[in-house]
Design a protein around this ligand. Structure first.
Ligand SMILES: Cc1cc2nc3c(=O)[nH]c(=O)nc-3n(C[C@H](O)[C@H](O)[C@H](O)COP(=O)(O)OP(=O)(O)OC[C@H]3O[C@@H](n4cnc5c(N)ncnc54)[C@H](O)[C@@H]3O)c2cc1C
Length: 454
């Protein structure tokens, strides 16, 4: 293999990292500190040519191939044992086209870099709620965040993508070109090829009004019931995800530290002159703590970055829910009251407004009719607490799952087996397997929530 690696190196602008290199350990690390995989080589790609050479190398040498965008995936799908990691972190660029408010983004960019580049133009692309997440994985899985109710999921704003396929060929996909692939990558993850560049529709979002409101955990059932009614009647401009959480410390006031809460994080993108009026019914619910106000969009996107640095232990479980009925409220109270570590949380993101007006077969993302996208994360810096966070997360999930819509958002899952992957794509799974067979018949791209060729 050594001589093959030397030949590959001669074709690249980027470099290859192998186990004997001093930067090997840093290069193989991903965001989730629970993941400890040892690839045979990592190719730090700098351009499309590097990606093509790497894909051909992986295929010709029958290597397991992992694609790494931002490296944030909970299940550690950006790295693999004893295989090839195609790292895209060197393929970064953001170009804003003000003639039509579209934005070109590299396959290896992080969302914070995109927000930084679009904000001076008063533009934003719907993404997630943490700025260190990769554009690649988040987009290809769907993309749920503060702007979902107003402008849809991230994939609803994807116009075009450049891709390297399993046979090493390069294609551009859009509604007009290779439209089957364009359909599949909007939710189907990295199953179909490596995206080297994305083109998004951006929207006029510069200043938002938002932030957290907190109630004592004992009020969880009441607040969830109120939230369900409120958010389903709210204007699309108002987004809020509900959570059970602990306030770990600063910057929150001391009297809140290390206590459990039911919280909602809001983001309003309407007319700022009307924001206070829009928040009146929220504040009428008498939160114990509120910190809502006007802020630049990149600030709401980075509110939680400081709490969640790289390298902590993360255990994930997820499901969609059609409703938040009283039985669910009871379970949230029960498990929210025994959150095991200060950073462990449960979130429910609304899939309503614009995100719910896209047809359930229009993209690979199948749960447009589920009103809530739920996720439970056990998080802690100390590996000694791994069992504690994992047990809580699994038990919480098991208590909620009977009330769920059946499947989960693929970006919130760990390695949970084929049935769960199928449940997450529901009615779209069969079509996905056929497209997979056409473009990746040997399942070269299988370090993902895998759609089997059929
Ligand atoms: C702290 C945190 C907060 C999060 N918040 C949100 C949120 O608000 N909303 C939301 O929707 N999700 C959220 N997520 C989940 C996130 O969408 C997934 O973890 C996603 O997989 C991350 O993408 P990545 O590129 O960073 O991951 P990676 O680990 O690099 O890759 C994940 C998967 O995507 C594939 N992939 C990545 N880039 C490419 C590419 N360019 N071409 C082809 N395949 C590619 C990889 O093969 C792999 O299977 C969050 C995750 C974390 C850790």
């Amino acid at each position: 293999m050594e001589s093959e690696i030397e030949i590959l190196a001669s074709k690249l602008r980027g470099k290859i990292v192998i186990p004997s290199d001093t930067d090997y350990n840093d290069s193989r690390r991903v965001y989730n500190g629970m993941i400890d995989k040892h690839p045979r080589l990592i190719v730090m790609c700098m351009d499309v040519a590097d990606v093509i050479a790497s894909v051909n190398f992986g295929r010709e040498n029958s290597l397991l191939v992992a694609i790494r965008g931002g490296g944030h995936n909970g299940g550690g799908l950006g790295v693999c044992d004893d295989g090839l990691v195609i790292d895209l972190s060197g393929i970064k660029f953001v170009r804003v086209d003000t003639s039509d408010n579209t934005v070109r983004v590299g396959g290896g960019n992080l969302w914070g870099e995109v927000d930084h580049a679009t904000h001076p133009f008063g533009l934003a692309i719907p993404a997630g709620i943490i700025s260190t997440t990769g554009v690649g994985g988040l987009t290809l899985g769907g993309g749920v965040g503060h702007l979902s109710r107003k402008y849809g999921l991230t994939i609803d704003n994807l116009l075009e993508a450049d891709m390297v396929l399993a046979d090493g060929s390069f294609v551009t996909v859009s509604a007009k070109q290779n439209s089957d692939l364009f359909w599949a990558i909007r939710g189907g993850g990295g199953n179909f090829g490596i995206v080297t560049s994305f083109k998004f529709q951006a929207h006029k979002v510069k200043t938002v009004f938002g932030g957290p409101t907190l109630w004592p955990i004992e009020k969880t059932e009441e607040i969830m019931k109120w939230y369900q009614d409120f958010i389903s009647n709210a204007p699309d401009e108002l987004n809020g995800f509900i959570a059970t959480l602990i306030i770990p410390g600063a910057p929150f006031p001391e009297h809140l530290h290390n206590k459990q809460f039911c919280g909602i994080v809001w983001c309003y993108t309407g007319d700022m002159a009307k924001a206070k009026e829009a928040f009146k019914p929220i504040l009428a619910m008498n939160p114990l703590f509120e910190h809502v106000g006007e802020m630049p969009y990149p600030s709401v996107q980075t509110l939680f970055d400081g709490l969640f640095p790289h390298g902590m232990q993360w255990y994930w479980r997820a499901d969609f829910f059609n409703e938040l009925g009283p039985e669910l409220g009871k379970q949230h109270l029960k498990f929210g009251s025994k959150i095991p570590t200060p950073l462990s949380q449960m979130h429910l993101y609304p899939i309503s407004g614009a995100a719910s007006r896209v047809g359930a077969e229009d993209t690979a993302w199948a749960y447009r009719d589920a009103n809530y996208c739920g996720v439970i994360v056990g998080v802690d810096p100390d590996p000694a607490n791994t069992d504690k966070i994992t047990t809580w997360c699994k038990e919480y999930w098991e208590a909620l799952h009977p009330y769920s819509s059946g499947g989960a958002y693929s970006n919130f899952m760990m390695d949970e087996g084929q049935e769960r992957v199928q449940a997450s794509y529901k009615h779209n799974y069969n079509r996905l397997t056929k497209i997979k067979k056409q473009y990746d018949p040997d399942n070269l791209f299988r370090v993902n929530q895998n759609i089997k060729p059929n």
